[in-house]
Design a protein around this ligand. Structure first.
Ligand code: DQA
Length: 154
């Protein structure tokens, strides 16, 4: 069964009360419940993890080797600063989708730069909780397309 790891970066544990004009009113628990339900409907397993610590996110990415088919990550503020998360994703080579609740391209200029945008399958931003669901669906579609391609080359 396909397995997807969803990673949430710093301050996303405060969702629900944190700047709802940007991030909506769903708590992280509510979002995670939606993701798990979506995974169940899609016939895949989903694991979620949130940390405020860059190193813990790096550890989670490294820990995904051999266990996870794809990563869906909202690195939050680390999107704009973390070479360590970029390097970890490059090191593990697991297909990754970048997601953001808000449209980072329509906000302050420092948010427009993502240090992982060029190494992920794609980026989804601006759809609130739906960004995660679109990201998971995108990862599933990507993995299925890869499988078809591999079958054809055999
Ligand atoms: C965010 C956007 C980031 O700029 C910000 O630091 C976040 C959340 C989003 O989901 O819109 O914490 O990644």
């Amino acid at each position: 069964m396909m397995h997807i790891l969803v990673l949430h970066g710093p301050n996303l544990n405060l969702l629900g009360g944190r700047e709802p004009e940007w991030y909506g009113r769903h708590s992280l628990d509510e979002i995670n419940q939606k993701l798990l339900a979506f995974g169940g409907q899609a016939g895949i397993t989903i694991e979620t993890f949130q940390s405020n610590a860059e190193g813990a996110l790096v550890d989670a990415i490294q820990g995904a080797i051999g266990k996870t088919d794809a990563i869906v990550i909202n690195p939050a503020a680390y999107t704009h600063t973390s070479v360590a998360i970029r390097d970890a994703l490059l090191a593990v080579g697991i297909p990754t989708v970048e997601v953001h609740l808000s449209n980072i391209h329509g906000r302050e200029s420092f948010r427009k730069r993502s240090l992982i945008a060029d190494i992920v399958i794609g980026q989804i931003a601006g759809f609130g909780t739906q960004s995660y669901l679109l990201g998971i669906q995108g990862a599933i579609d990507y993995l299925q397309t890869q499988t078809i391609k591999e079958d054809k080359t055999v």
